[in-house]
Design a protein around this ligand. Structure first.
Ligand SMILES: *Cc1c(COP(=O)(O)O)cnc(C)c1O
Ligand SMILES: [Zn+2]
Length: 411
């Protein structure tokens, strides 16, 4: 299979095109605000990707889309098996005939972030990088730490000190050097950028490194393929920095361009009410106004989103919209999703689902629409929030009489 048909990079702010050599990260003219978009030679891609080639593919990972990824060959790809996660059809759930949940908790480090990290590490290998780093609310760091361990690369992670303990444990278990920053994710981001610049580490920040969103777009490719090359009517996507949304839009747009689907689905971006600057920017049509983030959904607790411009453009181009859910709705969705489907998500992981529940209650969704909901991270990553969603277990002594009594009390 042939990879890397990249022709250049286009700035999402000023629109200027740059060669791969001239722009390593953001636009040389616009600086950190000039996030770049990777361009491909789609005529060349079309020679290597079709319904037939995909149907015959034995590659049970997102590398089945190699010609649409900025990676030269399979030889560069890291070992942990990423992507090609299940898309569960749940007919009748929430009264909808065509609800599908894309469960990305089965990725190597248990979140969708692995899609981006796998591309970062493939490129890091090609570029001969000797150390990697990222700022993270938790999952991007865990993902980078896991893949770096597999690749034998030193890894430096900056997280807010409030990151959930299971994520901190995961980071440390993989052997990363973890800086718990006394501040918000936005503070951790600024410090990481300074350190990366100073120490020359490879930057795995989706908003800065243009190649990472490319990994995230594979979730859209998989949804299309798993639906038999049909686009859903609507897709619900959680939004923090906006990289997943940017990638999801790009994935659907590329499959449309290649004639593999006939239209881009309506994309519904879901933010937590206490951290919704992307929704505000989408609705006012202006630039994002950074705010203080206040939500239990730590993975989307982003007050200063870095990839908002691409996300807002994507939602608009799809004919979709942005919405918010409250923390109570998110916490409630953890248990309601798990109990009705067996899928256990962290707060940000179930945020898109909470958005769907709200949209259904508002009558904003037709009962026969084909809907896909992204479930982006495992519930085991934040057990404290999970416990807030449920009660305590039943305390009993070691006697069957205790069990009998408790069962009777619940009958
Ligand atoms: C990172 C993350 C998100 C949000 O993705 P963005 O690209 O920051 O918008 C949502 N859910 C989970 C579980 C995440 O780790
Ligand atoms: Zn620019």
């Amino acid at each position: 299979m042939r990879g890397a048909t990249v022709t250049g990079l286009r700035c999402a702010k000023c629109g200027a095109e740059h060669s791969v050599k001239d722009a390593r990260f953001t636009c040389p003219d616009c600086g950190p605000d000039g996030i770049l978009d990777v361009l491909y030679d789609y005529d060349e891609v079309a020679k290597h990707i079709s319904r037939e080639t995909l149907a015959g593919s034995q590659e049970n990972s997102h590398w089945r889309y190699l010609p649409l990824l900025p990676v030269e060959s399979m030889a560069s790809t890291p070992r942990p098996r990423t992507g090609w996660t299940p898309l569960y059809h749940l007919p009748g759930h929430l009264g909808l005939s065509g609800l599908h949940i894309k469960d990305d908790s089965g990725n190597p480090t248990a979140s969708l972030k692995d899609r981006a990290t796998s591309v970062a590490l493939a490129r890091a290998r090609d570029e001969g990088v000797t150390a990697v780093a990222a700022a993270s609310t938790g999952n991007a760091g865990c993902s980078l730490a896991g893949f770096s361990a597999a690749e034998g690369l030193p890894c430096y992670i900056f997280v807010p000190k409030t990151a959930p303990r299971p994520k901190v444990a995961q980071l440390l278990v993989y052997g990363a050097t973890v800086f718990a920053v006394d501040g918000s994710y936005d503070d951790a981001f600024d410090l990481a950028m300074e350190a990366i610049e100073k120490f020359g580490w490879y930057n795995r920040c989706c908003a800065v490194n243009p190649y990472l969103v490319e990994g995230k777009k594979t979730v859209a490719f998989e949804i299309c393929e798993q639906l038999g090359f049909r686009a859903p009517d609507r897709v619900f996507v959680p939004v923090g920095d906006g990289c997943i949304m940017s990638g999801t839009y790009k994935g659907f747009a590329e499959f449309e361009r290649l004639g593999l689907i006939d239209r881009v689905p309506e994309l519904i971006g879901v933010q937590a009410e206490g951290a919704s600057p992307v929704k505000a920017a989408f609705e006012c049509g202006g630039d994002v106004v950074p705010c203080e983030a206040n939500t239990c959904a730590d993975s989307i607790a982003v007050g200063h989103p870095r990839n908002w411009r691409k996300a807002v453009k994507g939602v608009g181009a799809s004919g979709g919209r942005m919405m918010t859910v409250t923390d109570d709705e998110i916490i409630g969705a953890i248990a309601s999703l798990a109990r009705s489907t067996g899928i256990f998500g962290e707060p940000a992981g179930v945020t898109a689902y909470a958005g769907l529940v709200k949209a259904v209650a508002e009558g904003a969704v037709g009962t026969d629409e084909t809907i896909a909901v992204l479930m982006t991270g495992s519930g085991l990553k934040d057990t404290e929030s999970a416990m807030r969603s449920v009660g305590e277990p039943v305390s009993v002594g070691c006697s069957i009489a205790d069990v009998e009594r408790e069962l009777a009390a619940r009958a």
